[in-house]
Write a protein that binds this ligand. Structure first.
Ligand code: 13P
Length: 254
């Protein structure tokens, strides 16, 4: 039985003051919702303040990226060791990192390994561009993005995957529940071929791309989808709460 996860990726939004206000607004109600792993991923500079606010909370904290070296002359980068005491999860390989910061399958793999080394749980993002989608390359692209990570990454409670088609991110044009379910089923089959059925059945795979309170039901109703990685809608307390609540009650009813 896979516990659903709803993770909010705040991206490059909110000052520290705004982040603190948003967490204060969401925490009481979010804490009352069980049956779902609730994760928020604010910008690096707000992690320490938000960590303080989440003392004795069931809400988990995640970062949006890390560098794979532990320390040294890498101006402007944040190391796994720096994050280890601050948060429990880390988003790795988001398409915006691959697109704008030239992250490759190889660097993403190094980051996954570096995260595990310090006990951080990665949320590995995969997804195809609009062009790759239109030219029927989705499966090939996803297979490549999933090719390097080792079987150890899939140990229980380890890696979470997020399928985020780039054409659906920030566009208001979400995939349909059925579309997302089919592609996530493909990802699960791919993992099954690589590492076996047991590992494939245990790994959580989220959908991401224009998820809102109005469409979350369509995704969590699908058998292969274990939750969502939410961008824009995670910045509004009422939207995010509704997404988490709907996920909790659907899975309970099942
Ligand atoms: P939106 O929900 O804003 O489309 O962003 C999705 C995303 O990229 C989450 O990581």
């Amino acid at each position: 039985m896979r516990i659903p996860m709803i993770a909010g990726n705040w991206k490059m939004n909110t000052t520290v003051t705004e982040a603190v206000a948003l967490v204060k607004e969401m925490r009481p109600e979010l804490d009352r919702i069980d049956n779902v792993d609730k994760v928020i991923c604010p910008p690096f500079v707000s992690l320490a303040a938000v960590k303080e606010l989440l003392t004795r909370s069931s809400i988990k904290l995640g970062a949006q990226n890390l560098y794979f070296e532990e320390k040294g002359a890498y101006t402007g980068e944040i190391s796994p060791l720096m994050l280890a005491g601050l948060c429990q999860l880390v988003i790795i390989g988001h398409s915006e990192r691959r697109q704008y910061f030239k992250e490759t399958v190889e660097t993403v793999d190094k980051k996954i390994k570096a995260a595990f080394k310090v006990g951080l749980k990665p949320i590995l993002c995969v997804g195809e561009t609009p062009k790759e989608n239109e030219t029927g390359k989705t499966k090939e692209v996803l297979s490549k993005q999933l090719s390097l990570t080792s079987s150890q990454a899939y140990n229980p409670g380890g890696l979470t995957l997020a399928y985020e088609p780039i054409w659906a991110i920030g566009t208001g044009r979400a995939a349909s529940g059925e579309q997302a379910n089919q592609t996530i089923a493909f990802i699960r089959q791919h993992i099954s071929k690589q590492y076996g059925q047991e590992i494939a059945q245990a790994v959580r795979i989220l959908y991401g791309g224009s998820v809102t309170a109005a469409n979350i039901a369509e995704f969590i109703n699908q058998p292969e989808i274990d939750g969502a990685l939410v961008g824009g809608a995670s910045l509004k307390a009422s939207e995010f709460l509704s997404i988490v609540k709907q996920t909790s009650s659907f899975k309970r009813a099942k």
